[in-house]
Design a protein around this ligand. Structure first.
Ligand code: MRU
Length: 364
């Protein structure tokens, strides 16, 4: 299981009414503080400030948010709309909201039974996400063995893709963790992930708790690390994968893919099938969130490093084209080579069919 002292998110029912409790990721690694959401505007603010962040857990936050609105008697449709729009790129957020809303509507769209149904949908999604994380870890580790036989791997990762973003151990970091447990990880290279430092703050926090050998680097140092032959593979997560296999992930992922290709290093994306959005045809159609400039011009809230009035370019994500991605690991199988046909074939598998066959690999 994930080695977090406090879970990324949990539902609680104290005497004064149900709440959604978040581990406030804006405060890590300095302090482990929980943020208690009693209403939907509070949860939307937590999502937008990245107190809760990362695609799979955003799906859970969306689903529990609908349940929170339902059990507390708020306007559920309005709540669902504001939750789904809180951040635009991670498709899991809208999926989670839709799933809980559909369950709520399926039993009449009003009253305690409907509220219970929304909550049950959120809990089911939570459980499924943990199971998907376990399966991705297994498949990702197998893939590592195929790509780099006999290896003690030096893996580079970007942003944070661990237990903080998941009901389980995460996506890409779950694979790294599985390799670490098996004694196969030589070093985890952790991109700091400017501007909000999800790598330096959060991935390093998780790696340290797990006792991994890890090193944090400035994002701009990655090139020289590849050139020195110090990177065996890149493993990252995804916020939305378009039907053609284009991958939107934390800004800075695309340059890593270009570097990886130049240096002949595998570039692997690990994401649950729920992150694949077959309704988005290609990378150009993915809506990329633009965040406030102060996140770039200030090194910490209220600590500017650029002249007053400096303009900033601050996309939260970038898009890596499918031809630069070696493989996409989902809980339903591994897509490689990455193209429209292979991606849709893996996504059309049902989870039960996949585990019945015992074969998660899809190679074309
Ligand atoms: O802006 P964030 O911190 O929510 O961005 C998160 C990422 O880009 C992660 O890499 C992505 O959600 C995959 S996490 C499984």
């Amino acid at each position: 299981m994930a080695d977090l002292r406090l879970p990324a998110l949990r539902w609680a029912e104290p005497p004064d009414g149900p709440v959604l409790v978040l581990l406030d990721q804006t405060r890590l690694p300095v302090e482990e503080v929980e943020l208690i959401c009693t209403d939907v505007p509070g949860l939307v603010a937590a999502i937008q400030s990245l107190a809760v962040r990362g695609a799979p857990v955003l799906g859970l936050a969306g689903a529990y948010g609908v349940a929170l609105a339902a059990v507390r008697g708020y306007d559920v449709v309005d709540a669902a709309r504001s939750l789904a729009q809180a951040r635009p790129t991670a498709v899991n957020l809208a999926h989670g909201v839709e799933r809980a809303l559909a369950a709520y509507r399926a039993v009449g769209g009003d009253g305690p039974a409907a509220a219970r149904a929304a909550l049950e949908a959120a809990v089911a999604l939570h459980r499924e996400d943990a199971a998907a994380s376990d399966r991705m870890a297994e498949l990702g580790r197998e893939l590592l063995g195929e790509l780099l036989p006999g290896g003690r791997y030096r893996i580079l990762t970007h942003c944070n893709t661990g237990a903080l973003v998941s009901g389980g151990e995460g996506t890409a970091l779950a694979v790294v963790r599985a390799a670490h447990r098996a004694g196969e990880l030589r070093r985890l290279w952790v991109d700091e992930t400017r501007p909000l430092l999800q790598g330096a703050r959060l991935t390093a926090y998780e790696a340290a708790r797990d006792g991994m050998a890890y090193t944090v680097l400035a994002d701009s140092a990655a090139g020289s690390l590849f050139a020195a032959g110090e990177v065996d593979a890149v493993f990252i997560g995804a916020d939305r994968i378009a039907a053609d296999g284009s991958v939107a992930n934390k800004v800075g992922s695309y340059p890593l893919a270009v570097l990886a290709r130049h240096h002949g290093v595998p570039f692997v994306v690990v994401a649950p099938a729920s992150t694949v959005d077959l309704a988005t045809p290609d990378g150009a159609a993915i809506h990329i969130e633009q965040r406030p400039g102060h996140e770039v011009t200030d090194i910490a809230p209220g600590v500017p490093v650029a002249p007053v009035g400096a303009q900033a370019y601050n996309p939260a994500f970038d898009v890596t084209p499918p031809e630069l991605v070696t493989a996409i690991v989902t809980e339903l199988g591994v897509v490689s080579p990455v193209d429209r046909g292979n991606l849709s074939e893996v996504c059309s598998r049902s989870r039960s069919a996949e585990s019945d066959s015992g074969d998660g690999m899809m190679k074309a």
